[in-house]
Design a protein around this ligand. Sequence first.
Ligand SMILES: Cc1cc2nc3c(=O)[nH]c(=O)nc-3n(C[C@H](O)[C@H](O)[C@H](O)COP(=O)(O)OP(=O)(O)OC[C@H]3O[C@@H](n4cnc5c(N)ncnc54)[C@H](O)[C@@H]3O)c2cc1C
Length: 169
Amino acid sequence: METIERYGTDAQKAQWLEPLLCGEIRSAFLMTEPEVASSDATNIRCSITRDGDDYVIDSHKWWSSDAGDPRCKVYIVMGKTDPDAPKHAQQSMILVPADAAGVTVHRPLSVFGYGDAPHGHMEVTLDQVRMPAANILLGEDAVSRSRKGASGRAAFTTACASSDSQNTR
Ligand SMILES: Cc1cc2nc3c(=O)[nH]c(=O)nc-3n(C[C@H](O)[C@H](O)[C@H](O)COP(=O)(O)OP(=O)(O)OC[C@H]3O[C@@H](n4cnc5c(N)ncnc54)[C@H](O)[C@@H]3O)c2cc1C
């Protein structure tokens, strides 16, 4: 929620932040990958490739907390939009609806034998997942745009103040 609040466009906030703040949906953050030492984001292999007005995402993620919860409707996916850029300028984050074509949630990983149901720490693959370029959240083309479009949290705080839901996180 904080990432979308700080860096999302008004359209991204309307679509995802408001229902998150109101506790109607949940999100997951997909950075860690089985093939690389993922504590260093420069190692991330997920490819986010520009194709016309879209980005195409290919990746193998795991430890995606909350992705096993049926209420989880959106992922923030970290990958590389420009693998030829300087080491710390290659990465971007993109919003991916959990029900997008090409997304497969495979299994929950266990922590000391526990699966942390229902939300789970999931292994997820993204196979040729096509997203509109407007879904980019951070990174390529996004920083200057988000500064221009930032509308602050006040409107969403007000919008959710009347919500009865206690299920925000
Ligand atoms: C319960 C749980 C929930 C999680 N939820 C999420 C989530 O929601 N989303 C998500 O993306 N990830 C999640 N993770 C994954 C977590 O963020 C990663 O496990 C963590 O970032 C470490 O990455 P790694 O497992 O690839 O380990 P590595 O990066 O391989 O690190 C292993 C060890 O090697 C050290 N190390 C790594 N590189 C170097 C280096 N170059 N030099 C010296 N030492 C090094 C590290 O400090 C560490 O001690 C979760 C993990 C757990 C256990």
